[in-house]
Ligand binder design. Sequence first.
Ligand code: HSE
Length: 310
Amino acid sequence: MKTSVRAYAPASVANAVSGFDVLGFALEEPGDIVICKPSDIPGIKILPIAGAFSSLPHDPKLNTAGVAVQAFLNSKNISLGMELEIIKGVPIVGGMGSSASSAVAAVVAVNELFDLQLAPHELLPFVLESERVATGVPHADNAAPSLLGGFTLIHSLDPLDVVSLATPAAFTCALVHPHMHIKTRDAREILPKTIPMATATRQMGHIAGFVAGLYQEDFDLISRSFVDELAEPYRGQLIPGYAKVKAAALEQGAIGCGISGSGPSMFALCPDVDTANRAGKAMERVFLGENLESDLFISAISQQGARILE
Ligand code: HSE
């Protein structure tokens, strides 16, 4: 067995606007690094957390990396102790899949450490266990793209059935993370429990149009399908300047713009890097007008997802 393994897992944009809880994509960066080492002391120990966003629980029952690794070890009847060192690059409580990315990196590292050779989609259930602890609901639209890369469709949670979709190489994402927090649990709480049939029908059209657009590389169809009638009408109200941020990105040529995951981050999907730079800066200016500082991430869509770092 190796003495130490380092793995990287990228941030992700859940929902991707048209696919509430069923669609997401992975960014190339930012991401989290987890280094795992076997230990003679039983149980999981979370070492001091490094990186820009380190205020996370060290209790392995509350830390998503700890929960996912424990679930993984239990499933394999491995009782060896484990130390996890987390270098946190993904902003927390920001709508960028932060709870998933460290859990994904951790299980990918443990898989390599014990040479268990599970395929990425086989690691997903352990990460979902940690998402359940973090948010109360085991949604997979952050964990799956972070593990697999690209655009990912959650065809079914039970039984778990995840599909990697076509991901046009030119896509560049501008993601703006305003300095405020929205907990996923709270952002789910405000959503209606039922929706009218007509709304459901329209939303099915939007996601089908979006997926068809990915395969046809039809950016105009993707743009027309960039609509969320399920969550954004409610969640948009939690984000200062939401409509103006969206308008600013579209004015700069973004294909579409919306809330990343449960927010407050917003993203613009763009046809190239220049457009993403312009859209991102315009989005930041709007947030600044709302007295919100922000971080801007310009990233390609990760085609690879989580990986071992040599
Ligand atoms: N699909 C989830 C939600 C993602 O929108 O609540 C949370 O990051």
